[in-house]
Design a protein around this ligand. Structure first.
Ligand code: ADP
Length: 507
């Protein structure tokens, strides 16, 4: 078989995947994209570290058994062994291979604890990355595509193109590297380089070194056949110095091989028609009555004035600078002084936690929320709020704006990264209303944020306009199947690179 339709053997390597482990969007992509590729008829294997204490107690995780296989690697003079467990991704035929190395991975969190990142992260993820090609060979997986994600697996494309080049079982494997957030790069001291198992000559500014450090994300960017990131706008933003986090040079150099593909959402979990976590299910037809009940419930549970005629703005977010919380901090008093309500859910930076904790006392009946991580509550806020606020400083893709659109909750976003690619601003004209799904602003300024909130509240006071915005948003398709089609195009381009390399090798 040949051509774009042939069944591909795809191995996805990631440091986390739903439902086995999750700290962020990467886990959603690894868990959902693999399923979508499986639905599209491809043969998909997902390789993850096994974090036993994270998967225990997760009812969605299917039975995990040992393959009985053992692997051993020399980690800078120390022999380290690992077992390999396997499971299936629930609801699919995707085989999941879990690298079992309790010393590295039996910890309470994947990357660090309250005192910071784990001291041995370089060693842990070099070990994981180096095991991936070994697993492919031992299990005769013969992947067409090895799809790597973020810095944790950035070493794999380098290994494929050097240490494993031409090796049986991997000689026709193409690599794809996806950036989920360029701000996290896996930068380590140069003395850790031997852990990579790579010849020292690759420690140079074009390949594995950046600004005096070993950089595992850059390594992946330099060596992979194709690169992707999680939205088209972010793909172009990161090629500029302002948003390139020091890697814009290598990204510009590889610009021809970089694609931006918007993430999908899990449409089973985020479906207002079937969501068991919200007090009233609703569809595009029953949106008004459904959302009214959900709104009332949110107002009630956070001691907000139970008034359907006050606009309710929701926020569910990590409380980090990335999310534009300094803008909110500077403008929230002025916004609430105009009478709207705000409901929030988040955890993170202490100073933002304190700001939000104090708000209900200062604006009783108008502001309420919760400091913490609570998936049930996130669903109830998405369903109950009229508007959803995401004033991010930068946002590679963002998921909450897509959940909001699906739940008929109009997003108000800063026009960056995936937010720019998924929300169409309503400018106030009849023409714009045909397609608009929300409100967006460009300047990172509190005044502009407040003006945008005012625009949204004005539109909310015009029920026909608002309802059109809600319907425009609810109609959109955010399925992973749509994203998977784009990834398959990238895979085809990566395979062409391999053909080219093979032809050059024969010459
Ligand atoms: P990021 O990955 O940068 O945090 P995304 O918007 O891509 O931002 O994804 C965040 C995910 O985490 C969403 O599914 C969001 O609902 C969820 N989330 C964030 N904070 C909380 C919280 N405090 N409680 C529940 N879910 C949260």
């Amino acid at each position: 078989m040949s051509g774009a339709d042939r069944r591909l053997r795809i191995v996805m390597a990631a440091s986390e995947a739903v439902p086995f482990s999750k700290t962020g969007g990467l886990a959603d992509v690894a868990g959902s994209l693999t399923q979508a590729l499986d639905r599209a008829g491809h043969d998909v294997v997902l390789i993850l570290p096994d974090y036993p204490s994270l998967r225990h107690g997760r009812p969605q995780v299917s039975a995990v058994s040992s393959t009985g296989l053992q692997f051993s690697l020399d980690m800078n003079g120390r022999a380290v062994t690992a077992g390999l467990n396997w499971a299936t991704l629930p609801g699919s035929q995707v085989r999941v291979l879990l690298v079992s190395q309790p010393e590295y991975f039996d910890r309470t969190q994947p990357y660090g604890d309250t005192s910071g990142s784990y001291f041995d992260n370089c060693e842990r993820f070099c070990f994981f990355s180096r095991l991936v090609p070994e697993i492919c060979r031992k299990l005769v997986l013969q992947p067409d595509i090895l799809h790597c994600n973020d810095w944790h697996t950035g070493l794999i494309p380098a290994l494929l193109n050097t240490v494993y080049q031409g090796m049986k079982g991997l000689e026709r494997t193409a690599s794809v590297m996806t950036i989920h957030n360029l701000a996290y790069q896996g930068q380590f001291q140069d003395y850790e380089f031997p852990l990579t198992g790579m010849p020292r000559r690759y420690y140079n500014m074009y390949q594995m070194e950046a600004w005096g450090h070993l950089n595992l994300l850059k390594t992946g960017l330099a060596f992979a056949d194709q690169l992707t990131t999680v939205s088209p706008t972010y793909a172009s933003e990161i090629c500029h110095t302002e948003n390139g986090c020091g890697l814009d040079g290598v990204l510009r150099h590889r610009g021809q091989s970089l694609a931006g593909i918007l993430n999908g959402i899990d449409e089973q979990i985020w479906d207002p028609e079937q969501d068991p976590r919200i007090p009233q299910n609703y569809s595009i037809e029953t949106r008004k009555a459904g959302k009214a009940i959900c709104k009332q419930q949110v107002q009630q549970s956070f001691s907000l004035r139970q008034d359907p005629d006050v606009p309710l703005v929701g926020m569910v977010t990590r409380l980090a600078d990335q999310k534009g919380l300094d803008l909110l901090a500077a403008g929230v008093d002025r916004f609430l002084a105009e009478g709207s309500q705000l409901v929030f859910l988040g955890t993170g930076d202490r100073r933002y936690e304190q700001l939000l904790r104090d708000l209900p006392g200062r604006f009783p009946g108008q502001a309420g929320g919760c400091i913490g991580f609570d998936e049930d509550l996130a669903h109830r806020i998405e369903a109950g709020a009229d508007m959803f606020l995401m004033p991010s400083r930068f946002e590679p893709c963002g998921l909450n704006q897509m959940y909001s659109l699906r739940y008929g909750t109009v997003p108000i976003v800063r026009s960056v990264g995936g937010l720019a690619d998924s929300v169409i601003d309503y400018t106030g004209t009849t023409e714009s209303l045909r397609e608009a799904t929300g409100f967006s602003f460009r300047d990172y300024s509190t005044d502009v944020l407040l003006q945008t909130l005012q625009r949204a509240v004005q539109a909310w006071r015009q029920p026909q306009v608002w309802d059109q915005l809600v319907r425009n948003g609810m109609k959109l398709d955010w399925s992973w199947d749509r994203s998977a089609t784009r990834y398959l195009e990238v895979y085809q381009r990566a395979l062409k690179n391999v053909d080219l390399r093979a032809a050059q090798g024969r010459m």
